[in-house]
Ligand binder design. Structure first.
Ligand SMILES: NC(=O)c1ccc[n+]([C@@H]2O[C@H](COP(=O)([O-])OP(=O)(O)OC[C@H]3O[C@@H](n4cnc5c(N)ncnc54)[C@H](OP(=O)(O)O)[C@@H]3O)[C@@H](O)[C@H]2O)c1
Length: 360
């Protein structure tokens, strides 16, 4: 089998490389589900993990480890009576997805981490959601308690989390979704999410923050001076967001893609006090470890939205072929070329197995 193993943290992403190891052997499969990976999706977190800049790098994710978080593939071996017999098309989240094979211990936690690929989906679409859609949903709905009719502001809206946050806000009945994205193409991608359903039309407004200076003033004007009820921030724009936040509004602090490691945003706390703002941190991985029921709840609530077509995967249009293309794909992600989710085809054969694929 081949994998991208981080033996030591790298500064330069081009130093990541593919190594070959012995393939998983049948005895391993007794209490494990073994998967031949078809596609793997990229996450901003992969960049942080490669460099040792993620909070998990001091405890949970230390070299040597195999990079990658999201995958889709075919089960090659599994315990008897397991819901994923060999041949099943699955997708899921696990560290180690930049590999041709993945071996996952069979246990209760696997039920909320491994899922059958819905009919008609591609491997790339399936790989693009498990640790992305869930984060956006957990933040907006579980922690943010988003209510129908509320107004939402999503930063980095064309990014992996952003495209999901916009759709989830629309699906949960947000009255208006304001979104920030830089560049015309990314703006089109975000605005295009309205086309998913008739009832979404006219509810998304995108600000190109590379061009529009005081976007928060437009938000205040359009909301009659009230501002937005909820901010979803994976970029590090809390201070600016407070200017357009409603009184007692909620700010979901989800990530810092726009901040260099070691230079966190300084927030003017007088603005927090004056607005009586509620700052809410959300960490999906840690929430899943501490409160495993939350992940089950997220999937229980997501599946109907997926099946009704209210939320869909958004896959970047450049095809990255083979594990060898991971460093280039990560570089493109870092340089902000990517919109939606970049996916690497780990196996050249991207046909779906003939077996019936359905949700659990
Ligand atoms: N809390 C959690 O549980 C959790 C889970 C997963 C990820 N995260 C974090 O959430 C953040 C977003 O993750 P993601 O996977 O959505 O990332 P992504 O796909 O790379 O999207 C990030 C977006 O941020 C914007 N951005 C602004 N400044 C940037 C910069 N200097 N470098 C890169 N992007 C920049 C980009 O939009 P424009 O080009 O339009 O500005 C980009 O589309 C990351 O910090 C990640 O670590 C948190």
């Amino acid at each position: 089998m081949k994998s991208i193993v981080v033996t030591e943290f790298v500064k330069d992403l081009s130093l990541l490389h593919v190594t070959t190891h012995p393939s998983p052997t049948p005895p391993l499969a007794v209490n494990c589900v073994t998967i031949a990976i078809k596609s793997a999706a990229l996450n901003y977190v992969d960049i942080l993990y490669s460099r040792g800049q993620h909070q998990n790098n001091t405890s949970l994710v230390k070299p040597p480890f195999t990079l990658g978080l999201e995958f889709s593939g075919v089960v090659t071996s599994s315990p008897p009576f397991c819901p994923w017999p060999p041949g099943t098309a699955v997708f899921g989240e696990s560290l180690g997805s930049f590999s041709t094979h993945l071996v996952l211990p069979f246990g209760p936690e696997l039920f909320s981490s491994l899922h059958k690929v819905p009919p008609g989906w591609t491997w790339g679409q399936a790989a693009s959601i498990p640790a992305t859609m869930t984060v956006a949903y957990g933040a907006l709905v579980l922690r943010g308690e988003l209510k129908e009719g509320e107004t939402v502001l999503v930063h980095g809206a064309a990014g992996g989390l952003g495209v999901m946050a916009v759709q989830i806000a629309l699906a949960k009945g947000a009255g208006r979704v304001y979104a920030t994205a830089r560049g015309a193409r990314k703006g089109e991608v975000v605005k295009g999410l309205e086309r998913l359903r008739e009832e979404y039309k006219g509810r998304v407004k995108v600000f190109d923050t590379a061009k529009e200076g005081k976007w928060w003033e437009t938000i205040l004007q359009e909301t009659g001076g009230k501002g937005v009820d909820v901010v979803f921030d994976g970029v590090g724009m809390v201070d600016q967001s407070l200017k357009s936040l409603a009184h007692r509004g909620r700010v979901l602090v989800v990530g810092f893609a726009g901040r260099d490691a070691g230079s966190m945003e300084a927030v003017k706390m007088n603005r927090v006090l004056l607005k009586q703002a509620v700052l809410i941190g959300y960490r999906y991985g840690e929430s899943s470890r501490r409160y495993p029921g939350e992940k089950e709840q997220i999937w229980r609530e997501l599946w109907p939205l997926i099946e009704e077509g209210k939320i869909r995967p958004v896959v970047y249009d450049e095809v990255y072929k083979g594990l060898e293309s991971v460093p280039r794909a990560l570089k493109d992600l870092e340089e902000r070329k990517v919109w939606g989710k970049a996916v690497v085809t780990v196996d050249n054969d991207q046909d779906m197995p003939k077996v019936k694929a359905a949700r659990l």
